[in-house]
Design a binder for this molecule. Sequence first.
Ligand code: G6P
Ligand code: MG
Length: 213
Amino acid sequence: LVKACLFDLDGVIVDTAVYHFQAWRRLANELGFDFTEHQNEQLKGISRMESLELILKWGGVELSEEEKLHWATLKNEWYLELVNKMTPNEVLPGVPEFLNVLRENGIKVALGSASKNSRLILERIKMLDFFDAIIDGNNITKGKPDPQVFLLGAEATGCKPFECAVFEDAVAGIQAAKAGGMKAVGVGSSDILTEADFVISTFEEMTLDRLNF
Ligand code: G6P
Ligand code: MG
């Protein structure tokens, strides 16, 4: 039986993916190129610096390490401008309801995100209290698809990996869950999240029964 649920943040609890995309696009545009929403899929779940490397490669732009740090900082400032305007209305449909069901049934809830801004975002959307543990970009040395973030999440809840179900909108995140020996529920499109055990399009479709397949 599933004893803990581990949630990605961006694109699962709240749709910050659109804000990341806006901020990265602004960076690309200022460097003289553009990229598509399709390419943006590859950035989901990937750390800030890794995302920057990919985007620069797409644009054929080479920067020094110092310049990379400068642009990554700038991107984060633009991103935080958007985050600071966020409200609890932006929590994705069915999320608080499902988290309440988990709590009522004694199932632990943890966050497993690559973001270094996760606490700020959870505060903005008033969701901090829903989580028993938070593992994010500040706690990890290896990004998704490495399972580290979810293994630390499992440990923090006192559960074994096989007792955990991970909710993810990113291909790299589903791969991380599977590499960690956990159940993987995709949030989004089954055309993209082909490696997930099953895919929901919103948490309104999610029930306790579906966890224990
Ligand atoms: C999440 C998002 C990524 C983002 C990463 C780092 O995994 O899906 O798009 O790059 O977090 O976020 P941060 O807020 O630290 O820049
Ligand atoms: Mg995500």
